[in-house]
Design a protein around this ligand. Structure first.
Ligand SMILES: Cc1cc2nc3c(=O)[nH]c(=O)nc-3n(C[C@H](O)[C@H](O)[C@H](O)COP(=O)(O)O)c2cc1C
Length: 370
């Protein structure tokens, strides 16, 4: 089995190691969703820190699919210069960068979406800030096309690949889950119908970018809630995507309605709590032909390496640890094997909302001697 610091190739995209920066909204784009110099510095630091692959923060493919301030947007042809500076900064530092494509669906708000949010079904759900409107068939078609157009822009702007956001309760996950999808047409019902939207988005993106461009998905392995999307459902979707030629699957789980088992769990303070999606990833890997990774609570080299050696994953993805230590891969490669310093408190979200960009609040306190 390959180790964490061995190369991996994903449809021609060569990664120098298997430590992946999972998509992380940084809150560092301008009002139009375009990358700023601050974001370029952030990505350059990750690339210099030797991470194998950087996946951008989620980028909305259509204006009404936006969720948070400072979010990246790839919904128009504007801002070519800003995007090329971002991809250029990563490549100059020897890195590889994939853009994550999202539509927030019912997890958006009228304030961010600029209209009442759209979702598979109009219903009250803990994960929805407002009651969304049900998508019409023509709106579904428009959004599927918007994913394709965004992918075409990604190629032109110098990204090395795209990743569909199929987790964390966003639109693709909303269609997949019986919790949020009560449709009576061909997009709702059993898992083969609930999977339609996801598979059609993938098909459209693949049609646009061609077979040689890396297309990945961050797929939920479970909603971690009663009457939600299950591992059995995930095995079906992963198997179908694999058959259709998806290039890699990063497994996550949960939504903001999943309580303690939300995507970014807190208090990962022992090796036993680490890697909470590795087992799901292992199950998914067993039914797919492409590389499969896991994200969620991976904090130590030993846990990542052991998951690789047991054949459960092909790459290990991290988000919060790299906010404190963008050079974690380099530190481990140089022989300092202490676990990531991240304490999994999620305080990093707050400056993203209030101060124009995420940073590690605990690190700041620590450096300030507070
Ligand atoms: C500040 C912040 C922003 C995030 N933004 C995204 C995002 O844009 N897309 C996504 O798929 N996940 C996002 N996540 C979730 C992470 O990618 C990851 O799945 C989760 O934090 C668990 O991994 P970790 O324990 O390594 O942090 C975000 C997490 C945090 C803390």
């Amino acid at each position: 089995m390959a180790g964490l610091f061995e190369e991996i190739e994903i449809n021609g995209m060569r990664l120098r190691n298997r430590l992946v920066r999972s998509a992380t909204w940084e809150g560092m784009c301008d009002g139009e969703g375009l990358p700023t110099d601050k974001l370029c510095h952030c990505y350059a630091a990750l690339a210099q820190g030797q991470v194998g692959l950087i996946i951008t923060g989620y980028a909305y493919v259509s204006r009404e699919g936006r969720q948070l301030p400072g979010q990246m947007g790839i919904d128009t042809d504007c801002g070519e210069g800003a995007y090329k500076r971002l991809t250029g900064a990563v490549h100059e530092a020897g890195g590889v960068v994939v853009i994550q494509l999202v539509h927030a669906g019912g997890q958006s708000t009228t304030a961010e979406a600029g209209r009442v949010p759209l979702a598979p079904s109009s219903l009250e759900a803990e994960q929805f800030p407002e009651i969304p409107e049900e998508l019409t068939l023509s709106e579904i078609e428009r959004i599927i096309k918007a994913f394709g157009k965004a992918a075409r822009r990604a190629v032109r702007l110098g990204f090395d690949g795209v990743q569909l956001h199929g987790a964390h309760g966003y639109l693709i996950n909303q269609f997949l889950s019986p919790h949020t999808n009560r449709r009576k047409d061909r997009y709702g019902g059993d898992i083969s119908s609930r999977a339609c939207f996801c598979l059609e988005v993938y098909e459209e993106v693949r049609r646009v970018v061609g077979k040689d461009y890396p297309v990945m998905i961050k797929l939920t392995g479970s909603d971690n809630m009663e009457n939600g999307f299950t591992l059995e459902d995930a095995l079906y979707v992963a198997h179908r995507l694999s058959d259709m030629g998806i290039d890699a699957i990063e497994v996550s789980s949960g939504t903001r309605a999943s309580g303690e088992k939300n995507p970014a769990r807190e208090h990962i303070d022992s090796p036993y709590k680490e890697g909470y999606n590795v087992a799901l990833a292992g199950r998914i890997k067993a039914v797919t032909a492409c590389p499969v990774g896991a994200v969620g609570g991976i904090r130590s080299y030993e846990v990542a390496e052991s998951a690789l050696q047991r054949g459960l994953i092909d790459f290990a993805a991290m988000s919060r640890p790299l906010i404190w230590e963008p050079d974690l891969a380099l530190r481990w490669q140089r022989g300092d094997m202490a676990p990531a310093r991240c304490v999994s408190c999620n305080a990093c979200f707050v400056p993203g909302l209030e101060e124009g960009g995420v940073y590690c609040v605990v690190k700041k306190r620590w450096e300030g001697g507070i």
